[in-house]
Write a protein that binds this ligand. Structure first.
Ligand code: FES
Length: 98
């Protein structure tokens, strides 16, 4: 659905999304990378398990929550990519206990 308007030419970083290697550009947010994927959903809602994808891209809507490097409910629109980063989509209810 989404694609980059240009290629910066900067060396690509590699992160994994649900175990799949994905190329990204330094300075991009994790949410921007997720929106370029075949399935842009980052999570499902806790009650009805409806898919949600990044929407506001500025930390307001919380539709971009995902597990980033083992930290659940991370707002991916506020996190820039790092080489080797692990991103996993969140499904259903989360526990508040560790
Ligand atoms: S996209 Fe809305 S909080 Fe991240």
């Amino acid at each position: 659905m989404f694609r980059k308007l240009h290629e910066s030419g900067a060396p690509a970083l590699t992160l994994t999304i649900d175990g799949q290697s994905v190329a990204a550009e330094p300075g991009e947010t994790v949410a921007a990378v997720l929106l370029r994927q075949q399935t842009p959903a980052t999570r499902t809602t806790p009650v009805h398990e409806s898919p949600r994808a990044p929407y506001c891209m500025m930390g307001v809507c919380f539709d971009c929550l995902a597990i980033v490097d083992g930290v659940a409910s991370t707002q991916t629109c506020l996190v820039t990519v790092r080489d080797g980063m692990r991103v996993e989509r969140q499904f259903g209810r989360r526990s508040v206990l560790p």
